[in-house]
Design a protein. Sequence first.
Length: 395
Amino acid sequence: MDTQANERSQSAFDLMLGAEVTAARIEGHLSRDPMVAAQWRGEAAVAEAVASIGLEDVRLSEPDLLIRVSENPDISADHRAVEDALSVLRFLRNPGDPAGTPGQVLARIARMAARAEADDPLPDPDEDLCTVFDHCQGRAPLLEALRAAAAYAALTGRRSPVAERMVFAAAEHASRGLASGGPPRIRAADDPLRGLGGRVDATWIALPSLALTRMRFRVWSPQNPASARDLVSGLAKVLDQELGRVIAIHAWRQKAEEASLGLHGRSKLGDAIAAVDAEPVMTSRALADRISVTQRGAINLLAQMTGLGLLEEMTKRRSARIWATPGLAWLWAGGRHSPAGAAAGPGIKTGISGAHKSRLRQAEDDTGMANALEDFDAMLDRVDGLLGRSKGAAD
């Protein structure tokens, strides 16, 4: 039986359960090593942000973000799309506290989506809208995120798919944070790179936009049963691939630890490696601030790490220099899994017109939405049953 036939033979619950298991494996790796988590989410957030904006029928690639931030902003081919992607990236790096302050999170999402949806802005979050995160209880984070995105889509009239995907990320972040006793809170530091740098304060694992664009194009429609199934199937594939990336980052960490061994007491290289561990994109000024050295000293340390293969210099010039770990450097150099719809040129472009997307949205009526939410709740009840039986067996 081929892969697609096997997927068709599986129930939606089985597909979701398989994706949840793979996500839990990644979560296990990341929870054991916060530095691996910082690097993986730093890389994954860039790819997901570009893919999310690319789903809205624009051409965009990861190098565009670096060019926009590090060079003359006017040279970017589609500066509005790049700015939108940078907004999504900043949100993914720090989704906030959806469980504690849902109104603030949703207001932030609405502001970020306003640029992309200028003709039909999102409503201010009211009491009803703030309930979209109520089912995020840590039982099945992917399913709870999908339900939250579907509920948000219903309450906002499907005005902004970009906002719906940010709700998905925020809901999963909330769910995993609750399951682990609360999301980490990291002291914010100035990020002159506008989202490319700084530390990640997030617990999400899933990458819905990549799941819809990697290898073949799928429609984003969280409340449509067939589209939701396609999303879960795509998530399972992407998470399998990302598990390999996590293992590669483990190898980088081992190499970095070996480079730190045997350093004399006055060497700052170990401190520099630890700083890059937590912030995989670095400038000389940021490193100087983090480890209390001069900017010239920071440049020398960054050159040392480049020579050891721990970093790559991205900008290759005398001023405004940026270094990144190999995974991010690969993305910003244009390396990627080719998404569907990109054969005509670089970047993501879905090939679906705005008018067609509008017809797709109008075809999904309130009754269908209510049925979808009931299906999600039924699946969550099954998860509760499984968790209850597992707990009983353990007791």
